[in-house]
Design a protein around this ligand. Structure first.
Ligand code: URP
Ligand code: ZN
Ligand code: ZN
Length: 475
């Protein structure tokens, strides 16, 4: 049976066209200018709607345990929230517990993801360059995981030295993977935190003061040298500091495969929120921290210029009870913000409504580039024959209001509470199945499938930087 989607304005990474889309068995079989239906076809009348490839979020932390706390969304609620926000594929970070083997952590994450309502994949966090880590990377690749994360921060738990990171890079490159890096200078942060502690300055504003933009830049510069040396495809994740964009620009000009990701919180929220009286400041603690308006403006510019390649969420919310448990002490508040349910509406508002850039660029930032950098393209991130029929339909004539009560997310608050944005996510299809229809979630828990990732071909990654998308990707 064929599903014919008729009348939408279709946006892909290659442009915008008023075409019909034909879907069979969950797969796109073609796009046509005004196709006549055959007997037995199901018609979806999408007139007035804008259709895009399902969005991909390559940075989530569902059921992440941080000390005694667990992030507020699991694969059930987190993927419900994702769908309501137009996201049809997530890549979640596997974070091994202290002492847990990489293979055991992978097993644990596959188990958690049984509840997923949408398709998913994984990145794997690493903490050293030991022989068992190298074997763990090979094991992960065998199980369809090709994204790995290392940290230049958190000395007590995750931080690696530049030499350790270089060794990991060589292995990841050999395995056809991509490295994702938390680029903050852990030693500098530790010394600034020690000073704050000595002076008993523990407010949430201190969280940002102890993680200044210059330390994010310094870490990015060290990383740049490592990528220059190894040529391992690498993404700087959750960029918050404007200065990092210069490092990315320089890498791009020299053909060094260093790419950039930012998140909605660094585009929409700012450090004055950390100045709010306790506990109103508690929902805004994340690392890297929220920064001032100049950084926000520069990051928006970076989305236009192509210095930044992808906008993911780093979705890692904690409920207010957890955030407030230890009182006003920035060192004790679990880090991370929600974003999975609001990413698309926030970005389309900042892009289209504000007139910064158009739909094609938006699709690339929220879907296609994410698919390319994660080895999910062309199964995901595009509307072309053979791709999964993951499609979202945006209704420009309606309005979306963000408030904490209406969330599909398990989190008890929304950092964007009270905002009203024109337009809404009307309908979402995942592999051809309607999973969301005007506010009603119709996706069964557990229907999501694991998507194994293909070997990343370094020369193909440059597609994300090209203003005109290479025609071979548009066939
Ligand atoms: O504050 C954040 N970003 N928490 C999530 C963990 C990470 O470093 O991405
Ligand atoms: Zn991080
Ligand atoms: Zn993260």
């Amino acid at each position: 049976m064929t599903l014919l989607i008729k009348g939408a304005l279709v946006v892909d990474h290659c442009g915008v066209a008023p075409v019909d889309i034909a879907v069979e068995n969950g797969t796109i079989i073609g796009t046509f200018f005004d196709i006549d239906p055959s007997e037995g076809d199901t018609i979806f009348d999408a007139r007035g709607l804008i259709c895009m490839p399902g969005l991909i979020d390559i940075h989530t932390h569902l059921s992440l345990e941080v000390g005694k706390y667990t992030s507020a969304d699991d694969f059930d609620t987190g993927t419900a929230a994702a769908i309501a926000g137009g996201t049809t594929t997530i890549v979640d970070y596997i974070s091994p517990a202290k002492g847990e083997s990489l293979s055991a952590a992978i097993d644990r994450w596959f188990e958690k993801a049984q509840d997923s309502r949408i398709d998913y994949s994984f990145h794997l966090c690493l903490t050293d360059d030991s022989e068992s880590t190298m074997a763990g990377i090979e094991h992960a690749v065998g199980r369809g995981i090709r994204g790995f994360k290392v940290f230049m921060a958190y000395p007590d738990r995750y931080m690696m030295t530049p030499l350790q990171i270089m060794n990991v890079m060589k292995k990841v490159k050999e395995c056809g993977g991509v490295l994702f890096v938390h680029t903050e200078d852990g030693n500098e942060i530790e010394s600034l935190r020690a000073k704050s502690s000595e002076q008993n300055q523990l407010s949430m504003a201190e969280h940002a003061r102890t993680r200044p933009a210059y330390q994010e830049l310094n870490a990015a510069k060290v990383l740049y040298e490592l990528v220059r040396e190894t040529f391992c495809p690498t993404v700087i994740v959750h960029i918050s500091a404007a200065e990092v964009l210069e490092v990315l620009r320089d890498a791009s000009l020299k053909g060094i495969p260093l790419f950039g990701e930012t998140c909605p919180q660094y585009l929409w929220l700012n450090d004055t929120m950390l100045d709010r009286p306790w506990p109103e400041s508690a929902p805004f603690v994340c690392s890297p921290p929220l920064r001032n308006i100049e950084h926000l403006d520069a990051l928006w510019d970076g989305l236009i210029t192509g210095d930044i390649d992808v906008v993911s969420t780093d979705h890692c919310p904690f409920n207010m009870e957890d955030r407030m448990e230890n009182g006003e002490d920035f060192r004790m508040v679990p880090n991370g913000l929600a974003g999975i349910e609001n990413r698309f509406m926030l970005l389309q508002n900042g892009a289209i409504t504000a007139g910064r850039f158009g739909w094609t660029r938006l699709v690339r930032l929220l879907s296609t580039n994410a698919a390319i950098l994660s080895g999910l393209y062309p199964r995901k991130g595009t509307i072309r024959p053979g791709s999964d029929a993951d499609l979202i339909f945006f209704d420009p004539a309606s309005v979306t209001s963000f408030n904490s009560e209406d969330l599909f997310s398990g989190c008890d608050h929304n950092p964007y509470d009270g905002m009203q944005i024109s337009g809404s996510v009307a309908v979402v299809l995942s592999r051809g199945e309607v999973v969301y229809d005007n506010g009603i979630l119709t996706a069964e828990k557990g229907r999501g499938q694991f998507i194994p990732r293909s070997r990343v071909k370094p020369d193909r990654l440059w597609a994300v930087k090209m203003e005109d998308f290479p025609w071979a990707f548009c066939q």
